[in-house]
Design a protein around this ligand. Structure first.
Ligand code: SAM
Length: 223
């Protein structure tokens, strides 16, 4: 899989800025409400583990992968009791001994670059999901206060914002309601909850509002 440099970029980031004490996002509460503890879930993009560590500590059967070596290495070192729940690699190949998960979680991941590529990434999620399995998501929404110093900007006809910062970093995408619905439907999911807007305060520079779409979609592919 081509990660467009995302693997190296995130690896560098976690080498500089590892912090496993960050507060979970609203998605953590939705997972706890919607999912029985014993069901197996795959979390795409462990990152600093802000949403995953609290779930593991409270007994959820969640597995997390990341394409950044440092994220997985730090998780295994700091939480050795859950080491078998962390795996290096993309969601398409991590935990090869588990063929299908009851649910998958995407928080601030897979949405960047170009719309058709994003749809393809979400289509691939279904290869790891049970028939009628669930995708629980929290993804970037239009309304977020954008980072300054962007180099170019465009808007889709449905109102999503695409921003280019640096040549070597994929575009940032902030999705409109219509576009997130189309994205999930085109990837073979049926939305069963949301997408609802959730706001949080950006605690660091440049401050302002972070808005995400929070929701649940179900695998409705025929194959
Ligand atoms: C913006 S961070 C979000 C981290 C975490 N999900 C959160 O909400 O705090 C995106 C993370 O996803 C990882 N990632 C990107 N593409 C991935 C893929 N195909 N499979 C697994 N992880 C991926 C990156 O390395 C990075 O750690």
């Amino acid at each position: 899989m081509n990660f467009d440099g995302e693997d190296k970029r995130w690896d560098e980031y976690y080498k500089r800025e590892w912090n496993d004490k960050r507060k979970p996002l609203p998605i953590e509460k939705i997972i706890k409400k919607a999912v029985p503890k014993q069901n197996a879930g795959l979390y795409v993009g462990l990152g600093t583990g802000r949403n995953v560590f609290p779930l593991l500590k409270e007994g959820w059967n969640v597995y997390a992968c990341d394409i950044a070596h440092t994220s997985i290495k730090n998780a295994k070192e700091n939480y050795p009791q859950y080491a078998t729940h962390f795996d290096y690699g993309s969601y398409t190949e991590a935990f090869p001994h588990i063929k299908a998960f009851d649910y998958m979680i995407c928080s601030e991941v897979l949405v960047n670059g170009n719309f058709p590529n994003v749809v393809e990434r979400f289509r691939l999620l279904k290869d790891r999901l049970t028939k009628e399995g669930f995708l629980i998501f929290e993804l970037p929404a239009i309304g977020t206060d954008i980072w300054p110093n962007w180099k170019s900007l465009s808007m889709s006809k449905n109102g999503s914002l695409k921003l280019k910062y640096r040549a070597d970093v994929p575009n940032k995408l902030y999705l409109s309601f219509q576009d997130i619905c189309h994205l999930l439907e085109n990837a073979g999911f049926k939305i069963v909850y949301g997408p609802k807007p959730v706001n949080s305060e950006r605690s660091r520079y440049p401050g302002g509002l972070i808005r995400d779409w929070l929701g649940i979609a179900q695998n409705v592919s025929l194959t």
